[in-house]
Write a protein that binds this ligand. Structure first.
Ligand code: HEC
Length: 136
């Protein structure tokens, strides 16, 4: 008698366990689509590693198209074109404002001023933010 109860309770436990397992098994399936959603997130992840700062991104795009031709792809400088990498955003910003204002800077001021005249305040903010992220 006692053993029957035991068997019954064991069987019951097994059924309960089986049900529990089914639920568990069903859970990953419902979780699968959710797992795909994080998989769609990675595109944002690399951007987050590349300081997901829209200002820096805008500055980088502008630097590559406008400035890199003279200052180098990484602002490392080339010949008469000074190195910008390693300068803080404040230094870059104030120099760009000076060139744009027509201030006499170095011996090649005219060359740089021609570019600086076309920069908006937003351009200068973005460029300064980006250049400040470049290696020393
Ligand atoms: C046609 C070539 C040319 C282009 C394009 C150019 N620059 Fe220059 N840049 C120069 C030259 C030459 C100088 C040095 C000018 C001088 O003697 O004062 C200079 C100087 C600078 C300086 C001052 C550096 C220092 O340490 O004194 C900054 C900052 C600068 N450029 C930023 C930029 C940015 C940002 C851009 C893109 C918007 C840019 N330049 C595009 C040629 C260029």
């Amino acid at each position: 008698m006692q053993s029957r109860v035991l068997i019954a309770s064991v069987a019951l436990t097994w059924v309960v366990c089986a049900c529990g397992k089914k639920e568990e098994a069903a859970a990953p399936q419902t979780a699968a689509p959710t797992a795909e959603t994080p998989a769609a997130t990675p595109p944002t992840a690399p951007t987050a590693e590349t300081p997901a700062n829209p200002l820096v991104a805008a500055g980088e795009a502008e630097f590559r198209t406008v400035c890199a031709v003279c200052h180098g792809q990484k602002a490392e400088g080339m010949g008469n074109y000074p190195r910008l990498a390693g300068q803080g955003s404040e230094a870059i910003r104030s120099k760009l404002l000076d060139y744009r204002a027509g201030k006499q800077m170095g011996p090649l001021t005219a060359i740089m001023a021609a570019t600086a005249k076309n920069l908006s305040d937003e351009d200068i903010e973005a460029l300064a933010a980006y250049i400040a992220t470049l290696a020393q």
